[in-house]
Write a protein that binds this ligand. Structure first.
Ligand code: MG
Length: 284
């Protein structure tokens, strides 16, 4: 595959991503897939989906885990409900994430990805230590399937994420870098963060956002906007990825599943913008 194939975040069933017919219409060659619900995670569903992808010339580059009960309503709710961090659901979600890894293998894909949640800051706490053990357990299962796990960015600062990865100490733990999330969560200037964690970046999102007002940053969401309209700076973002020798997919994410028409239009716009920038940067 040539460098920087365009990608889009997609779903099999009613997830956050676009449906395969939209991917096909937009002529996008790669997808990251939002893991379907448990009842759809079986060999027959995987084979049927893979057949559709093959026919359309679409490659699945990562499968993103997600869980029942997660809510991104506001930052505080996200901290309480998202990923492997909440203790009440940790064991059950670990099991489910292993099943998602197995499903990912059925799709012939070597990458699972995840919002792990808001990693506790007190690294001596029992919750942090158990999260390390849980993540290792998951990574060993993922390794058994010949896969890596990429952590989505945003909920931690670059330094905190690096510290966590170092503490986990497994060779198949990497990063899915999302520049807009750094802005939305108020966890750091995205380009500076990317430079810090770059050696772990194995997949990325192309998403854009505007900062929340300084007095509420980190407490209230910034605003997700169409690609190119926000504070990331797409050309600088791509040039920084080039400096890091990142050649993987440019996966567009536009999280407005409540407005499918606008989602499709905005993704179409993003495809055109990234195609132009890619030509400008790689052909020069
Ligand atoms: Mg993302």
């Amino acid at each position: 595959m040539s460098p920087w194939p365009i990608g889009v975040f997609a779903s099999i069933d009613a997830g956050l991503g676009v449906h395969l017919d939209v991917v096909r219409e937009l002529n996008v060659p790669t997808i990251q897939l939002h893991a379907p619900h448990a009842e759809t995670r079986n060999a027959a569903a995987a084979a049927a989906f893979l057949k559709k992808c093959d026919e359309a010339g679409i490659t699945v580059t990562a499968v993103f885990g997600g869980f029942e009960g997660e809510s991104y309503a506001d930052i505080a709710t996200s901290a309480r409900t998202v990923g492997l961090v909440p203790e009440e659901t940790r064991a059950a979600r670990l099991q489910e994430m292993k099943e998602i890894s197995d499903f990912t293998k059925l799709l012939n894909c070597d990458t699972v990805a995840l919002h792990i949640g808001f990693v506790p800051h007190d690294t001596s706490s029992a919750s942090y230590q158990n999260l390390i053990a849980t993540t290792r357990d998951l990574l060993d299962h993922v390794a058994g399937n010949g896969q890596q796990l990429n952590l989505e960015t945003g909920q931690e600062s670059a330094d905190h994420l690096l510290h966590f990865i170092d503490d986990v100490g497994r060779k198949n733990l990497f990063i899915n870098f999302d520049p807009a999330n750094m802005i939305l969560y108020g966890t750091g200037e995205p380009i500076a963060a990317l430079k810090k964690v770059g050696h772990f970046v194995r997949s990325i999102h192309c998403k854009d956002a505007k900062w929340a007002a300084p007095d509420v940053r980190g407490k209230a969401w910034g605003q997700e906007v169409p690609l190119g309209d926000g504070d990331v700076g797409m050309e600088t973002y791509l040039r920084t990825l080039q400096q890091l020798d990142y050649t993987g997919p440019l996966t567009i994410e536009r999280e407005i599943p409540q407005d499918r028409e606008r989602q499709k239009a905005d993704i179409g716009h993003a495809v055109r913008l990234l195609t132009q920038l890619r030509a400008k940067i790689l052909d020069s």
